[in-house]
Design a protein around this ligand. Structure first.
Ligand code: GLC
Length: 477
């Protein structure tokens, strides 16, 4: 049986943003930001072999205890993380306050299984929030619904002890009360949302309801009933009125969360566009994974970011800091490589969104007002033909150095010798230099004539359509 987390069946409906039930200012901000940092950090950074290590290796609490006893991130300085994120062009960050292992990174009054009781000896969430806020970055909290340590969380198909005999699991589950666990879950969420000021995003993870998920083959799953999701969502909205909540509570959320894949196109539900955020790893693991050699090259990470924005999504790119609290050299190299590209091309990403023009093969468009950004995933020889753009472009330049790009309308007549022809009417052809600029993804910035754009980021996408107070689920600040 596969021990990999499989979230393929978790496409729960997302509707609050589409129906205008969430704060439209926060929705607009989210779509403007486009790029964020996901941080998976917990006890699993010590074994350094994936954040699911306790599950994969069927470790008992006793076998996992050494990681608690030796958690001593003496080099933890979230100001460094925030500086790296900002330099990479990221606009927000989401931290795992508690992952499935159950360990609280803050000084929770509801458990002893918390950072303050390890050699770390301090709250690790507060300094994170402060550091990212200081840099002007948004802050979100990931919080695991699943808990492999809490004594009231019944052993089930996602639990490390799932392969014990029925009798053994029965004995372990004796006296466990999922209702009490839900109280604890709600209580910890309340702590997190009342201690650290405004929180922009709450990122719950995850539900696996009966009949929907592979984890429920042998043991019952858990979802909206177990977590008391509606009550939990109401609590979150009451404590943090401006917040966006993801879609993993098994009830409608504000944005959907494709994980480790790039969606085919803009995401929708019942024909309505929905907010979405792709979460992606550098190397396939969320937690620090020392021996992992699968790091995606920088140009692929940049293409993923561009592809996401061209489809009206956000990208949440993950790092897994190590046990001493530092970003490893590979993560730094990846972030800095993206940052070098973002330094020159950030304006094709922030505040940009999909275009109503159709991009040719190997090109992704993003658009921001009357600027159309042509991202070249491959570099053709000589001409780049852009359908439907003839007569619509006032000026064109390479974005990396501001050098002019010449344009032609070649026409559909026959070509001869060095004169090209056979180009469909309405096509604008750009004349590219032979050598691509030395950047991960070359971008040509087109300045469209006024009124030439059939659509732009401001006019497409899932922004709430009806901002009247009575159309909103909860009063907003
Ligand atoms: C998954 C995994 C997890 C990771 C997360 C990120 O559901 O269980 O380890 O934190 O998704 O999206």
């Amino acid at each position: 049986m596969s021990t990999e987390p499989d979230t393929s069946a978790l496409d729960t409906p997302v509707s609050e943003a589409a129906t205008g039930a969430v704060d439209p200012r926060r929705v607009a901000q989210f779509r403007e930001q486009r790029f964020g940092l996901f941080v998976h950090w917990g006890l699993y950074s010590l074994p350094a072999r994936h954040e699911w290590v306790k599950n994969r290796e069927r470790l008992t609490d006793a076998a996992y205890q050494p990681y608690f006893d030796h958690f001593d991130p003496d080099l933890y300085d979230p100001r460094v993380w925030a500086a790296e994120a900002a330099a990479a062009g990221m606009r927000y960050a989401v931290l795992t306050t508690k992952h499935h292992e159950g360990f609280a990174l803050w000084d929770s009054a509801l458990t002893d299984y918390r950072a303050t009781n390890t050699p770390a000896g301090r709250d690790l969430v507060g300094p994170f929030v402060e550091a990212f806020r200081e840099r002007g970055l948004g802050v979100g909290f990931y919080h695991s619904l699943i808990d492999w340590h809490h004594p009231d969380f019944p052993v089930d198909g996602v639990h490390p002890q799932r392969d014990l005999s029925d009798a053994e699991v029965g004995a372990l589950n004796e006296g466990r009360d999922v209702g009490r666990y839900a109280d604890y879950l709600h209580g910890q969420v309340e702590e997190l949302l009342t201690r650290y000021g405004a929180v922009d995003t709450v990122w719950f993870d995850f539900s696996y309801e009966d009949g929907v998920h592979q984890f429920t083959r042998r043991w019952p799953g858990k979802g909206a009933a177990a977590w008391r999701s509606r009550e939990l969502l109401a609590l979150v909205r009451r404590l943090q009125p401006g917040v966006l909540v993801n879609d993993r509570l098994a009830i409608p959320g504000d944005f959907t969360t494709p994980e480790q894949y790039q969606p085919y196109g803009p995401m929708s539900l019942d024909g309505r566009p929905v907010l979405w955020e792709a979460c992606q790893t550098i190397n396939g693991s969320w937690g620090y994974d020392r021996d992992n050699l699968d790091a995606k090259p920088v140009d692929l990470l940049v293409r993923m970011l561009v592809d996401t924005v061209s489809k009206d999504g956000n990208l949440l790119l993950n790092v897994g800091p190590n046990a001493r609290g530092e970003l490893d050299p590979q993560a730094l190299e990846s972030l800095r490589g993206i940052g070098e590209w973002m330094r020159l091309h950030g304006r094709s990403i922030h505040g940009a969104g999909p275009s109503a023009f159709t991009a040719p093969t190997d090109v992704r468009y993003t658009q921001r007002g009357n600027r159309l950004y042509v991202h070249c995933f491959a570099w053709p020889f000589g001409h780049l033909h852009l359908p439907g753009l003839a007569g619509k472009v006032a000026y064109a330049q390479l974005l990396n150095d501001g050098s002019e790009i010449a344009r032609e309308e070649l026409g559909s007549g026959p070509g001869q010798n060095t004169r090209p022809g056979g180009v469909p009417p309405g096509t604008l052809s750009l004349l590219l230099p032979v050598r691509a600029p030395r950047v991960a993804v070359p971008v040509i910035e087109l300045f469209l004539h006024d009124g030439a754009a059939p659509g732009s980021a401001e006019h497409t996408g899932p922004a709430p359509t009806d901002p009247s107070p009575e159309s909103r689920g909860t009063p907003r600040a």
